[in-house]
Design a protein around this ligand. Sequence first.
Ligand code: MG
Length: 405
Amino acid sequence: MTRDATAALASPALAPWAVDPARSRGRRHAEAATPGRNEHQRDRDRVVHCTAFRRLMYKTQVFINHEGDLFRTRLTHSLEVAQLSRSMARMLRLNEDLVEAIALAHDLGHTPFGHAGQDALHACTAALGGFEHNLQSLRVVDELEQRYPAFDGLNLSFETREGILKHCSPRRAASLEALEPGGVARRFVDGTQPSLEAQLVNLADAMAYNAHDVDDGLRSGLLDMTQLAEVTALGRVQQQVLAEYPGLASRGRRLPSEMLRRLLSTQVRGLVDCTDQAVRAAAPRSVGELRLLPPLAALPPTLATEFSELKRFLFAALYRHPQVIQTTAAARQVVSELFDAYCAAPGEMPAEHADGADPKRAVADYIAGMTDRFALREYHRLTGRIPFPAALPPALWSAARSAPV
Ligand code: MG
């Protein structure tokens, strides 16, 4: 590679409105700077090495982990979000390390079995204020990870934690604010925005799951190409691809792969251009000023409309598909019966979970940390029942007590 080509690929200087790692608002527990890495690279590295990150490999988004080896898991989803976020951050001269740290951490608080698991845990913990995966992701990095001698959690920087807490009800925000005045929940009280890096990851998350759920939906046979052609954005890319490659429909996975590649490229380009225009027009002089403005990261209106249509399509055709509903109903039952079983017999959990000051919250934390397969094993061990009999290899049903992956 020539020197010029190498220079063109180097990270550009940060925009004035980007989060500068040298001016981080710091960590909850003060730590000395480390040589060779900035504060957000350090956050990213802490996330990659934590236990909750490895568990993402066996947690699902839409399908249950045992349903097929080629479907996305929370881990591959998080990597896709990181890839999209980094590409866009570089084009916009934002902090790439920060978007990567937020993206890799954003789903750490997800329960087993995707949204079905979260809904069940939310219902089980209604008397304690419920369960919400964004808050749980923050709880994982602030409290639940046990890796450092001097503090609980990963002690991440303010900016990474701000990006992880992407939604929060006013009631929750008030209680978090009481515990950490002026902290990451403050913006929900004040009605201000997070960094542009956090806004970007939030949109990259939705772009990633919309595209990969179409792909996984096709792979599973629950969606077909005729249905996709009726969705505006997908129909358009399908026509473009078939005009260029007329025989591609009969060549396996190349057609949907090329369609989704073009869909994502169009969205990335649209989001970068639209956000760039908005931020240049508003011209904040710092991330502090940017936080006081309306949200600036956005798709252009036409793409945003198509994006909503695609979301609605996935909701109706895939997330509400009878086969998915049947599986998620079983998953909900697994989570709520596990919750009842551990509440009735906390000694069934490892001692460090059974000793919590708030026993029901400790049970929720324990279940939220489980992988799909560990939750299924525990369900079988505690109830003797098998929730998904047809789909599971007998070897999975080991009654042996083992720690979560
Ligand atoms: Mg996500």
